[in-house]
Design a protein around this ligand. Structure first.
Ligand code: NDP
Ligand SMILES: Nc1nc2c(ncn2[C@@H]2O[C@H](COP(=O)(O)O)[C@@H](O)[C@H]2O)c(=O)[nH]1
Ligand code: K
Length: 481
């Protein structure tokens, strides 16, 4: 990338400070763009869900991997539970969504509690493994919550045989005027597919490992038995390891990374090791020398993060990514841009700065698939509670084996928000809706830049620096002035 007129500003920049100008382009369609990430972790779109307890769990991981991204399971989840979740994700179908199933004798109350766990909007009523009915939210309104599903289900639902061609599924569902249908092998239920799901599966490639399983990742902290935890995660089949701490450029973090590398194997890069967080070339270099395949960049940009206000430490994210990516690429390695992403443009700009992948946390908190429970704000708006991983709330959970005194003391060093409301967008309530917007934006940015790949976007991008008024001009105007 270069700056317009080669006028590199003297001060550091973040995403809102910069814009990209169009280049002469030979890329005739946004569908010609391949967003497979150059970091070789196996992602086919540049989206990694941040390892945050309120956000990244099994449903998020399954859904995002099916569309080509990756979710990192947080370090606070007990290792045996991570193992169980990883096995569950790997047993998911790479095309069909996991159905919500209940019995004919289950209640409307149970169905309503489960419907918001997933975006596809139906509960499938099963008997002996076969779908015998479908229940929607509409069918559950104005009936007693104890009503049995056999009373409200639409019986003998339209089913789709597994393996049916995706455009055919789209047409069949459209003609039947249903948005989702059970997928069957013989009469056995194997999944659920929506019209949008059929479209998406034709557009996205799932992120998978060499065994054809959906890709998984888990974080390791820098305290405790790092080598033992790493060995256990590998045993459980985790595909990508993330060494996670606030200050990655500290000796303890480097030692932890070395321990992880020695367990994984010095020449073994098919299990990528990601480590962070840093914001300087020196930090990037030391983590690469200690065994990182990918360095995670970002101190303080996160939406739940109070580090910059507490300490004055951090660095505007665009410049941090640019400097660290330059350094990593000099070693044939890559960086992930971590935190502060609020619009598709931020992801396009992170890639232009040289990131191979972009981590998203809080933006995905307000979706059906995030790990938190859903709440109604009393005015009909749905939200989820999110919190930072260095908040007193997260620290309390992470230190549960320590004494009350130690836990209380650790809580005094919080650098994150313990409670925030992340509203679901009624028009885009599922994480796949957000991914659609991101991928559309980034593919389009590539065609403006004349790039067919993520690396070409970085090579060809020409950036300028804008005023706050320049940024404001770019925002849409939903009502009149
Ligand atoms: N990207 C970012 O800007 C940030 C991200 N986070 C996220 O929060 C989670 C918790 O991270 P973390 O706080 O590292 O917790 P951890 O408890 O996992 O580990 C931090 C270790 O490093 C030591 N340490 C030394 N200096 C610092 C420092 N300035 N900040 C934090 N720890 C320090 C701590 O010791 P002691 O406690 O005795 O000082 C502790 O042993 C992670 O998921 C991390 O990614 C947290 C802050 C910033
Ligand atoms: N300083 C803190 N940083 C945090 C905390 N929890 C998470 N994080 C970082 O934010 C990103 C995600 O950023 P977002 O803007 O997409 O939400 C995450 O990967 C961490 O690096 C925290 O409590 N304090
Ligand atoms: K922040």
């Amino acid at each position: 990338m270069r700056f317009l007129g080669d006028a590199r500003p003297a001060h550091d920049l973040t995403y809102s400070d910069v814009f990209m100008v169009p280049n002469r382009s030979s890329v005739g369609s946004r569908l010609e763009v391949d967003l497979t990430t150059p970091d070789a972790v196996g992602t086919t779109i540049p989206i990694v869900v941040a390892n945050m307890t309120a956000i990244s769990g099994r449903r998020m991981a399954e859904t995002v991997a099916r569309r080509g991204g990756l979710a990192v399971l947080p370090q606070d989840i007990p290792t045996d539970v991570v193992g169980e979740v990883v096995r569950w994700i790997k047993a998911r179908h790479p095309v069909y969504d996991t159905p919500i199933t209940l019995l004919p004798t289950s209640t409307v109350g149970e169905a309503l509690a489960l419907l918001t766990k997933r975006a596809h909007g139906i509960v499938i009523v099963v008997e002996d493994g076969a779908p015998i009915g479908v229940v929607t939210d509409g069918a559950c309104q104005d009936v007693d919550r104890f009503t049995q599903l056999s009373q409200v289900m639409a019986p003998d639902p339209l089913t789709v045989p597994a393996g049916t061609d995706l455009p055919k599924i789209f047409d069949v569902l459209t003609e039947a005027r249903v948005s989702a249908a059970p997928v069957v092998e013989g009469d056995r239920l194997v999944g659920v597919i929506t019209r949008k799901g059929a479209l998406r599966s034709a557009l996205y490639q799932p992120a998978m490992n060499a065994r054809g399983e959906l890709l998984t990742s888990a974080a390791v902290g820098i305290n405790g038995d790092v080598a033992g935890k790493t060995a256990a995660l590998l045993e459980h089949g985790v595909d990508v390891l993330v060494v996670d701490t606030a200050h990655g450029h500290q000796e303890k973090a480097i030692e932890a990374l070395q321990a992880v590398r020695s367990v994984v194997g010095s020449g073994r890069h098919e299990i990528p090791v990601v480590a962070g967080n840093v914001v300087t070339a020196a930090g990037t270099r030391e983590l690469i020398e200690a065994g990182a395949d990918v360095v995670k960049v970002g101190v303080g940009p996160g939406a739940m993060c109070t580090t910059r206000m507490m300490t004055g430490v951090g660095r505007p994210q665009f410049s941090a990514v640019e400097e660290c990516a330059d350094e990593a690429r000099a070693f044939g390695k890559h960086v992930w841009a971590d935190g502060g992403v609020r619009h598709p443009r931020d992801i396009a700009l992170a890639l232009a700065a040289g990131a191979a992948n972009v981590m998203v946390g809080s933006w995905f908190a307000g979706t059906y698939e995030s790990a938190g429970d859903i709440h109604d704000d009393g005015q009909g708006r749905l939200y989820k509670e999110s919190f930072g991983m260095a908040s007193a709330r997260a620290v309390k959970a992470r230190t549960s084996t320590q004494s009350n005194f130690e836990r209380a003391r650790a809580g005094l060093f919080e650098e994150g928000i313990s409670s925030s409301r992340m509203y679901l967008d009624p028009v885009r309530p599922g994480v796949e809706d957000l991914i659609d917007g991101i991928v559309a934006g980034v593919r389009s940015a590539c065609t403006y830049a004349g790039a067919r790949t993520v690396d070409e976007l970085h090579d060809r991008a020409v950036l300028g620096v804008q005023s706050a008024a320049g940024y404001e001009e770019g925002r849409p105007q939903p009502t009149s002035w």
